[in-house]
Design a protein around this ligand. Sequence first.
Ligand code: PEP
Length: 257
Amino acid sequence: MTRKPLMAGNWKMNLTHVEATGLVQKLAWTLSDKKWDPERSEVVVLPPFTDLRTVQTLVEGDRLKIGYGAQDLSAHVKGAYTGEVSVEMLAKLNCAYVTVGHSERREYHREDDALVNAKTLRALSGGVTPIVCVGEGLDVRQEGEQVPHCLAQVRAALTDVPAEQVAGLVIAYEPVWAIGTGEVATPEDAQEVCGAIRTLVGELYTAEVADAVRVLYGGSVKSGSVAAIMAQPDVDGCLVGGASLLVDEFAAIARFY
Ligand code: PEP
């Protein structure tokens, strides 16, 4: 099975809807200038909630081959949850993806493995593909415990997720010490954990499911580091934060091949 590389740009809490318009238009133009082939890599932007309708209008109106999604969702279906956004709301905006369990959500909003699992199940129930984020902090890496740590997070996130849904979802390995620090993991570091995640999916489900699931690396990816990371057999794309706000950088990452 050939897994199509996915390059997802996490804008975090950046860009108003007016600024988002400029970035998406420039990104589409730059991708075309760089002869980006949408058959060879999938490009997705993950704007703040307030930008989603604007991005949808641009992408669908101009028939851009850029996908989009959200950075979070509620674990609840609907109701008295002030400030939360439901999967139905995201699905109505044609969001293809939603990140769950990003380390910034785990750290600043105290999201634990049980909540990440609930959000994963909720996203799938609404037809939005979760990008499930896992990763170890510096202390865990220094102890050499990154593989068991990340596998425990994956195992928890996938609790009660049926095999037919796992094949289509995305898991992002994002070492916390590499996010926003400029310190990218080595390609071997990325492969070690991404490979272990795929092996675990094979053990929990089937070899076919493991072969189909896409595993991304995230953490200070830049145009200069992307090719070596993408050369690893179990890395199927990148989750890109800071560099996704720089159009030339992100387009070069998408055009890594
Ligand atoms: C992220 O936010 O998921 C991320 C990987 O950020 P950065 O690329 O800036 O490290």
